[in-house]
Design a protein around this ligand. Sequence first.
Ligand SMILES: Cc1cc2nc3c(=O)[nH]c(=O)nc-3n(C[C@H](O)[C@H](O)[C@H](O)COP(=O)(O)OP(=O)(O)OC[C@H]3O[C@@H](n4cnc5c(N)ncnc54)[C@H](O)[C@@H]3O)c2cc1C
Length: 386
Amino acid sequence: MDSPAGLAGLRACGGTNSSNSNDREALNDRKFLPYDVVAREDISPTAFVLTVRLSSGTKATQKLTRSRMNDAWAHGLWSVEVKQPQLQIARDYTPLPEVYATHTESAGESDDDTTLRLFVRVVPGGEVTKYLSRKTVGSTIELRGPHPSFDVVARLGDKSDKSRALVENEPKKMIILAGGTGVATALQAVDAALRASPTVSISLLWANRQANDCYGLNAGPLPAELNPVVRDIRALQALYGSHRLQVQTFVDAERTFITEAHVRKAIGGSDRKNSWFTSWRKGEPEAGKTPEASGADGSCIYHSQKKLTQMHADPLRNRHDGKAACSCAEGKNLVLVSGPDGFIEAWAGPKAWQAGKERQGPVGGILGQILNQDPQTLSKWQVLKL
Ligand SMILES: Cc1cc2nc3c(=O)[nH]c(=O)nc-3n(C[C@H](O)[C@H](O)[C@H](O)COP(=O)(O)OP(=O)(O)OC[C@H]3O[C@@H](n4cnc5c(N)ncnc54)[C@H](O)[C@@H]3O)c2cc1C
């Protein structure tokens, strides 16, 4: 995640020039709109999930909000900004995927449901998180968005809504290294990828400070006793199969940490004999494979490694025209790194500022060491710093 005090977290709080009042009063990326807090679930003294809904508006603005949320969910990764009105500052938060629709009967199903769930951790001295920590059911907060981030499904190989064949024919892997609330972005990616294709499998490595942040993930308590994030992960596993969403948790307080060995194992997968990892260990390229054989087009916005270093986010795809967004022969496996700046830097190197936007920059850190040693590996995997 970006530096909270960085420019990405401090977009100007302005209005919209649009003449269309529905447009202005439905969720939009220019004007902040009031949302009611309709539920609050505390995970620990410093972490909680707020469930919010558009405060007012006509049926038309609610439907338009819902339609914009649907576009954002179709895109995959996205965030909204929350404004602290006294200080006139805003910060980004990542809506948790609508897995709650599997826990409740009504939510997420109607065409005017504007519900969003935000997972927030209070940071010491943090202005917006302090403000949000005081919010209870009946409070109002102001939101704008959606702000699209990366389109993980396109990067895995999907070309359009009408042509899912690419992803379905080619098993793809996604490895996610998540630190703390970085799990919100991880869950967006999990939901988007598993929904898109039955042949994507995911390994989520989730690091937390305290055990109760991820308590009950691997066994034990009934869903009602679980915190909302753990409950969502279990619901996703129930929906798609725990073989497709493997989760390992690590707890600082218990001195368990994600290590390079965990990541190598996740990338190498179970069939070590035929994996790129074995080739890399032997210092040999995989038989018959060259970087070009992966089919990645150097000009493709989704699959060119060079282009990725310059990118801030992926454009929204036109989900209905059926046109291929890229002409690469195949997609990429993905390593997603989502968490505080220090976490991202250690695993994947720092992001880079350019022309007022935070770009991906080259892959460094531990993943850089792993991946850059073998061109075959680089041709098949992409790292996204989130
Ligand atoms: C795209 C995006 C999505 C995000 N999604 C979420 C989300 O779903 N949930 C969530 O809780 N946060 C999320 N964040 C981070 C969030 O935007 C804020 O930066 C964070 O909540 C702190 O805001 P603040 O105003 O309370 O702290 P600030 O007033 O900005 O910072 C106060 C102090 O705390 C330090 N600090 C701030 N954040 C952290 C941190 N994470 N770890 C360690 N020190 C920190 C700062 O360096 C500073 O010294 C996201 C950020 C981005 C860019």
